[in-house]
Design a protein around this ligand. Structure first.
Ligand SMILES: CC(C)(COP(=O)(O)OP(=O)(O)OC[C@H]1O[C@@H](n2cnc3c(N)ncnc32)[C@H](O)[C@@H]1OP(=O)(O)O)[C@@H](O)C(=O)NCCC(=O)NCCSC(=O)C[C@](C)(O)C(=O)O
Ligand SMILES: [Mg+2]
Length: 361
């Protein structure tokens, strides 16, 4: 781990590069929607998606055929140049740092469309050194392109070493915007015995204790309920803590079973409840799931506003519907209320739903 002084941490890494941000803005990013810029049919859909999704991400890495890498890069440049993204953020996922494509990805994209790119997602990040490499290179390219704001960096947590180093990754640069879980590569790297892209597994379960017969002997053959467990709980919780500690944002990641919209919603909601601000969408139908799950429900906002109203100056304790509320539950309610306010600014449907709530303290 390098030992930068505090004053150097926020100094530009190249002469003429824009100053790093001191705080990462909390822009709505419930769904990061992936598209393949080399796929003309998919790319043609992108302009029509603006305003319906918080983030559009031109993917250059895995899921793009080796023969299409250059076409994807050029396709992204063309789309970004010819499109006004309005309220929707534009992100890209570059190729991995050990690949033959990544240098050209960065040296092409930053001069051509650096003014339109909000965040660059870096896959397979292993440690702070990977972020520091990208950090310096981006500063040089930003200075050359005369950009007036820094491009932020998002890391995918998809190697065992990356998970072990998650805190140093989050703190490696003031560009760090957030982290996503990469469950497919992470499973392979850890030698997990799954074959899926995210989500649960029927074999990962706990079983109810066996009933006993009249002699007190366990009847292990008796029918017993099993409960599927979440394979990703540990990693997501670790990621959420590391991000919160560094003031950056955690995201779930991909859910590969596109047809199973029910389990997708469950997996996304677990991540939302644990502290994630958003997730990925791989197919247009996952956008609505993400927008629903990562927007606080009307019921939660109604309750949160009641607590805020009842708590007055925020000190002491009150009873609401038989439950004790105090400054710590108030703070939780404020997380939801503030998120709802941010989302209402960009989502008129949600604003109407939240505005219709009547609070009787
Ligand atoms: C799953 C696939 C193959 C199904 O593609 P399909 O064509 O079979 O689906 P469809 O239902 O037939 O498509 C219906 C329509 O929607 C369009 N469409 C379909 N998808 C999109 C899209 N994303 N954006 C915009 N449009 C889309 C598609 O072109 C079609 O248009 P049409 O009605 O005009 O014929 C396709 O949706 C796809 O390629 N999605 C993106 C996949 C991707 O980006 N994967 C990489 C991220 S996950 C990952 O990398 C792992 C990770 C983190 O690294 C790690 O865990 O390690
Ligand atoms: Mg991956």
């Amino acid at each position: 781990m390098s030992h930068k002084s505090a004053k150097d941490f926020f100094a530009p890494l190249a002469v003429g590069a824009p100053a790093p941000l001191r705080e990462i803005p909390a822009r709505p990013s419930r769904a990061i929607h992936f598209f393949d810029p080399s796929n003309e049919k998919m790319a043609a859909k992108v302009p029509g998606m603006i305003g319906t999704v918080d983030v559009l991400l031109g993917n250059l890495e895995d899921a793009i055929k080796a023969d299409n890498k250059v076409a994807a890069r050029e396709g992204l440049v063309k789309i970004a140049e010819s499109t006004d993204f309005g309220p929707t953020q534009l992100w890209t996922r570059i190729n991995s740092l050990d690949s033959p494509w990544v240098l050209d990805d960065l040296t092409t994209l930053v001069p051509a469309i650096g003014d339109k790119l909000d965040v660059i997602m870096v896959p397979k990040v292993q440690g702070a050194e990977d972020i520091q490499y990208v950090d310096r290179l981006l500063a040089q390219l930003e200075a050359k392109a005369d950009l007036d704001r820094p491009i932020l960096v998002h890391a995918i947590l998809e190697t065992a070493r990356g998970v072990a180093n998650v805190e140093e990754i989050c703190g490696a640069s003031p560009r760090m915007q957030g982290l996503s879980l990469g469950p497919a590569d992470l499973a392979a790297d850890r030698k997990m015995k799954t074959t899926r892209v995210g989500g649960g597994h029927p074999g990962y379960l706990v079983r109810q204790d066996p009933p006993k017969d009249e002699l007190g002997v366990s009847r292990i053959e008796a029918p017993r309920a099993t409960y599927q467990q979440d394979l990703w709980h540990y990693t997501i919780a670790k990621m959420v803590d590391a991000c919160a500690m560094h003031g950056i944002y955690p995201y779930y990641g991909p859910f590969g079973d596109i047809a199973d919209v029910v389990a997708c919603e469950d997996q996304f909601r677990n991540a939302f409840l644990l502290g994630c601000v958003g997730t990925w969408s791989l197919h247009p139908k996952q956008i609505a799931i993400a927008n629903k799950v990562f927007s606080p429900s009307v019921e939660d906002i109604a309750h949160a506003r009641r607590v805020v109203a009842a708590m007055g100056d925020g000190t002491g304790a009150v009873m609401i519907d038989g439950k004790m509320e105090d400054d710590a539950s108030l703070k939780q309610c404020l997380v939801l209320v503030e998120l709802a306010e941010k989302l209402a600014e960009i989502d008129p449907d949600l604003k109407a739903q939240y505005d219709a709530i009547e609070v009787d303290a």
